[in-house]
Design a binder for this molecule. Structure first.
Ligand SMILES: C[S@@+](CC[C@H](N)C(=O)[O-])C[C@H]1O[C@@H](n2cnc3c(N)ncnc32)[C@H](O)[C@@H]1O
Length: 188
């Protein structure tokens, strides 16, 4: 692979490297640093759009008691890394399944939501705002998100981290920002 070919988030080599050496991918470095610094309490967390669960595994290795890895795509779940403290839940989060998403919040009581490059893939900014209301109502105290990198050519309705932050207001406000990562805390 040459330097211009970026590896996709589900790249097999990330999984193999973790299994052989216990190392996590560099793409997760910024968000993992913020989880370690500001959200390492031994309480449940939830990772949405968890893909192969490497970030979920890292969250429990940092200190979270369990991580609920919510993923829509069964082929990512099939190759996901197994860990005794990571619970896989297959769900496509969308308006018609929001009640099922809330059921997971009630069942597992996460106090932290991890959302790396996933809010931009959901239905719409309005739907993300609806999710914020549901998260807040279920005592999710913190959200750590990573948005897409800002580009002038962006066409997505949630093109970057700041647009995601806006969609989550007024229920959550930013406490810390670094590169494309934002730590948000519940306001209500
Ligand atoms: C850009 S990838 C990021 C993967 C992972 N968070 C990471 O950073 O390595 C987005 C992930 O979100 C999942 N996803 C997209 N839409 C989803 C939805 N509506 N509900 C649940 N997962 C979704 C995709 O299948 C994919 O695994």
């Amino acid at each position: 692979m040459n330097k211009t070919q970026a590896r996709k988030f589900d790249d097999e080599s990330y999984i193999l490297h973790y299994q052989k050496f216990g190392c996590f991918p560099k793409i997760h470095q910024d968000i993992a640093t913020i989880i370690r610094e500001y959200a390492s309490e031994a309480e449940p967390c939830m990772d949405i759009g968890a893909c192969t669960s490497l970030l979920s595994v890292q969250a429990v290795e940092i200190g979270r008691s369990i991580c609920v890895a919510v993923e829509a795509n069964p082929s990512y779940i099939a190759k996901a890394v197994k860990h005794p403290l990571v619970v896989q839940e297959r769900l496509r989060i969308k308006p018609s399944t929001l009640h099922l998403f809330e059921r997971l919040l009630v069942a597992y009581r996460p106090t932290l939501l991890i959302a790396r490059r996933v809010f931009s893939e959901l239905e719409s900014p309005d739907f993300v705002s609806m999710m914020a209301e549901v998260l807040s109502r279920n005592q999710v105290e913190k959200i750590v998100l990573e948005g897409r990198t800002k580009t002038k050519a962006a066409t997505n309705a949630l093109p970057d981290a700041d647009a995601e932050v806006q969609a989550l207001a007024p229920h959550y406000v930013v406490k810390y920002a670094y590169n494309d990562v934002r730590l948000l805390c519940r306001t209500t």
